[in-house]
Write a protein that binds this ligand. Structure first.
Ligand code: TTP
Length: 196
């Protein structure tokens, strides 16, 4: 069974490769325009599904995986920062407190797009208190610029993380354990994948 990852994130592709899932990457053009007042869980699931459905149109068969990662704190959704100023504001906001990282995942059968499964995985992350110098030094590394919430737990950003509760890979962009369980619904056993 061919597996198509509908994501531009090199991290997600690497995570899939880590568990032995051979796949093709086909990037979707879905706009991530947040509408005020939407429940973050509903939003992140809907965007993941939209990404997978859009890419599924290009294929006659196979399983399309869509995903979206957001950071949520006090009801606010933090996506990727638009500029360095915004990245600094996000990090100030996350400093010294716990936030949630949510990844929505959607699996769509390209042969019959009505067959789809979605899930939202949530991981709690505790940041230690950050000072303004380390925030600006971190933003200068550019690492935050393409990351939800303006940090990368898999990079230098790990220095801000005091603890996590839940799936680590979910913070990086794909909850692998959950994804493997979802793939079983399409009879894909991750430890025994034949994609050709
Ligand atoms: C919090 C956090 C996020 N991220 C990343 C995961 C996602 O790639 C990114 C959030 O952006 P997304 O919009 O979820 O994904 P993307 O734009 O990289 O790719 P696509 O939309 O095509 O699927 O933030 C990390 O890499 N590390 C972290 O610690």
């Amino acid at each position: 069974m061919e597996i198509i990852l509908a994501s531009a994130s090199p991290r997600r592709s690497k995570l899939l490769t880590q568990i032995g899932v051979t796949h093709k990457v086909h990037v979707s053009n879905v706009e991530e325009n947040y509408t005020e007042g939407i429940d973050p869980k509903v939003w992140v699931k809907d965007i993941a599904l939209l990404k997978a459905l859009e890419v599924a149109k290009f294929y006659k068969k196979g399983i399309v995986i869509g995903a979206d990662t957001i950071v949520v704190k006090d009801g606010f959704i933090l996506g990727k920062p638009e500029d360095e100023r915004m990245a600094m504001k996000m990090l100030e906001f996350l400093s010294g407190d716990t936030h949630e990282v949510m990844t929505g995942i959607a699996l769509v059968n390209a042969k019959d797009p009505n067959q789809s499964y979605t899930h939202v995985e949530t991981t709690k992350v505790l940041f230690r208190k950050l000072n303004s110098l380390e925030i600006s030094n971190y933003v200068n590394t550019k690492e935050p610029m393409d990351k939800a919430g303006s940090y990368a737990i898999q990079g230098v950003g790990t220095l801000f993380v005091e603890g996590i509760e839940g799936c680590y890979n979910n913070v990086v962009g794909l909850p692998l354990n959950r994804l493997a369980q979802m793939l079983k619904r399409f009879n894909v056993e991750v430890l025994n994948v034949h994609n050709n």
